[in-house]
Design a protein around this ligand. Structure first.
Ligand code: FE
Length: 351
């Protein structure tokens, strides 16, 4: 670490101390070669390590990854242009957009990425690129919810769902993005009315994570829950907490709005930092992650959907059936996130 400390002073010191506290790969104990790619990731090592290893094997470019469960935005703000990070990987358009708004990203262009990644899942100026997709769906109790009883997000707010809905905090990044997509679809007033009526339909105050909502359905506190698709796969295969298999078995996935605009889909994605010293190889890594072989591993390992067309799905993901996704550009949805967050307060969603 000595050499890099001399190079980046306090920044390297911060990096060194934080890297030690991460359970993931650390920067190692030598200065980084100029061609290395330095990656900050909120995506977990179990998911990223096989991919970065395969990338290194294919290209000879080493990847130094720091896993940051929390605090990536704050860390990049503190490090500024001295940040060693070339590239970030994170989930949800909200997180990518927050880095963009803080001026921490730079635009990169690539014909390969533009060809592989559908236009609604990348920033129009190349400031971020989606790499995997997850749909925000309705989890419905298999018996207590009749087929056809709930088919749209709008139905969550309908009178027949009174006291039957469970959802996590309205301020959580996933729900702010969902509400932002409702702003795009229904306008500000429509989205406010929806959020207000949904709040009135809740079986309990928003609490817990997505899986906790499905647990509440299993336990009979509510009949429907809102959650991301990959949690169904994670619960159904959970050997560490096998009770989650029962939660998963009690529900079916409903892809909302199939007869109209489609289901809200969010992404995990990558972006090149403004401070990147190795922009070219950072771009190579994003391109690698969008390739067919990487997409299969990347999406499958976490029960997500690949952004690249034609890549086989995990059999569990395939078992949920095909669906139509909302075509609205995520960059456009992201611009409505501040408003969506204010609407959550206006309707006292979490109170
Ligand atoms: Fe999640």
């Amino acid at each position: 670490m000595k050499n890099s400390m001399r190079k980046h002073g306090l920044t390297a010191l911060l990096t060194a101390s934080l890297a030690v506290t991460t359970t993931a790969l650390t920067w190692g104990n030598s200065a980084h070669a100029a061609e290395d790619v330095n990656l900050y990731s909120t995506r977990q090592p179990f998911l990223m390590k096989p991919l970065t290893d395969a990338f290194t094997k294919e290209t000879g470019i080493k990847v130094n990854m720091v896993y940051l469960k929390k605090g990536m935005l704050e860390r990049l703000k503190t490090e500024g242009m001295n940040s060693p990070a070339d590239l970030i990987l994170t989930t949800d358009i909200g997180n990518l957009h927050n880095h963009l708004k803080a001026g921490l990203l730079q635009s990169v262009s690539s014909d390969t990425l533009n060809k592989r990644i559908p236009v609604q899942y990348r920033h129009p100026d190349g400031l971020w690129y989606g790499l995997t997709m997850r749909a925000r769906v309705i989890y419905a109790h298999k018996d207590r919810v009749k087929p056809g009883e709930i088919t749209r997000y709008e139905d969550l707010a309908a009178p027949h769902m009174k006291g039957r809905v469970c959802i996590r905090s309205g301020k959580h990044v996933y729900n702010v993005s969902l509400l932002a997509s409702m702003v795009v679809a229904l306008g500000e007033d429509g989205a406010r009315t929806w959020a207000k009526s949904l709040r009135e339909n809740l079986a309990r105050k928003p609490q817990g994570n997505d899986r906790a909502q499905v647990k509440a359905v299993y336990e009979g506190q509510c009949d429907v829950a809102v959650g991301n698709t990959y949690y169904m796969g994670k619960m159904a295969t959970n050997e560490k907490s096998p009770e989650q298999k029962d939660w998963a078995k009690s529900v079916r996935i409903i892809f909302p709005n199939q007869a109209d605009r489609g289901t809200h889909v969010n992404i995990s994605g990558a972006a090149v930092t403004k401070s990147a010293r190795n922009k070219a190889n950072a771009l190579k890594l994003i391109e690698y992650l969008s390739s067919a072989s990487a997409q299969k591993i990347y999406a499958e390992t976490n029960f997500e959907y690949p952004v690249l067309d034609g890549v086989a799905l995990h059999p569990i993901v395939a078992s949920w059936g095909t669906f139509k996704a909302d075509k609205a550009y995520l960059a456009k949805i992201a611009e409505q996130r501040s408003l969506a967050s204010r609407l959550v307060d206006q309707v006292a969603f979490n109170k």
